[in-house]
Design a protein around this ligand. Structure first.
Ligand SMILES: Cc1cc2nc3c(=O)[nH]c(=O)nc-3n(C[C@H](O)[C@H](O)[C@H](O)COP(=O)(O)OP(=O)(O)OC[C@H]3O[C@@H](n4cnc5c(N)ncnc54)[C@H](O)[C@@H]3O)c2cc1C
Length: 193
């Protein structure tokens, strides 16, 4: 969680260490030998695996990449606060967008932000359609639970738009955060589906 700063990142690495999960940052996977069960890295290192969970390069959908909404790297560039694109009355939210933070990294792609942005845009659209009311702005606040297993979770929350670096706090892991996550999920399910 580099974007959340060194304190939060250290806490996440600590969670891994507690579970005897080796953490090897700063290398890119270049090849997977599924038969021989080997991983090859750009550093020349190799590793074996039982189960590999590999995240492929993250790209915007082709329809977006080809559209005039796409920025130089294929994601949609919008105003970080209003979510309006360079086309008036056209908004974009969530994973398909990119927001450059003052610290140089992009805003993480997270449901927490997509949700907050959706509410901002919905309220702005209503205000514009009605011709009254206040247009909303997304302020960069977000949070996420960090499951660490055994019915225990941590919780990180903060302002990702803070300057010069995001101000994110990781709360001490405990059973209550796991319970809070379950309650959050139940509430979402009940509210939206
Ligand atoms: C394993 C995993 C764990 C995660 N954990 C968390 C977490 O703990 N907390 C958190 O906040 N976030 C988490 N996220 C991130 C979160 O899921 C995303 O940020 C969020 O779903 C983004 O919502 P979205 O609506 O922008 O995009 P999506 O949920 O990806 O929705 C985009 C939709 O568009 C559809 N689509 C794509 N191309 C086209 C097309 N050409 N035409 C029509 N439809 C199209 C897709 O099928 C999809 O249904 C996690 C993501 C993953 C993968």
């Amino acid at each position: 969680m580099g974007v959340a700063g060194p304190v939060v990142s250290k806490a996440v690495v600590h969670f891994l260490g507690n579970r005897a999960v080796e953490y090897r940052p700063g290398r890119k996977l270049t090849r997977v030998d599924a038969v021989g069960k080997r991983l090859y890295f750009d550093t020349g290192e190799e590793a074996t695996f039982d189960v590999a969970a590999v995240v492929p390069p993250h790209t915007a959908p082709e329809a977006v990449r080809r559209s005039p909404l796409a920025g130089p790297d294929g994601w949609i560039v919008m105003d970080p606060a209003t979510c309006e694109t360079r086309f008036a009355n056209v908004f974009a939210i969530g994973d398909v967008t990119t927001v450059s933070l003052p610290m140089g990294k992009p805003l993480p792609k997270a449901g927490s932000f997509a949700h907050a942005q959706a509410e901002v845009v919905a309220r702005t659209l209503v205000a514009r359609l009605r011709g009254r009311g206040t247009e909303q702005r997304f302020d960069g606040h977000g949070e996420c639970f960090v499951e660490v297993g055994g019915g225990v979770a941590g919780f990180a929350r903060g302002n990702f738009y803070a300057e010069p670096t995001p101000q994110v706090r990781m709360y001490r892991a405990g059973r209550h955060w796991h319970a809070a996550k379950l309650a959050f999920e139940r509430n979402w399910w009940k509210t939206w589906f």
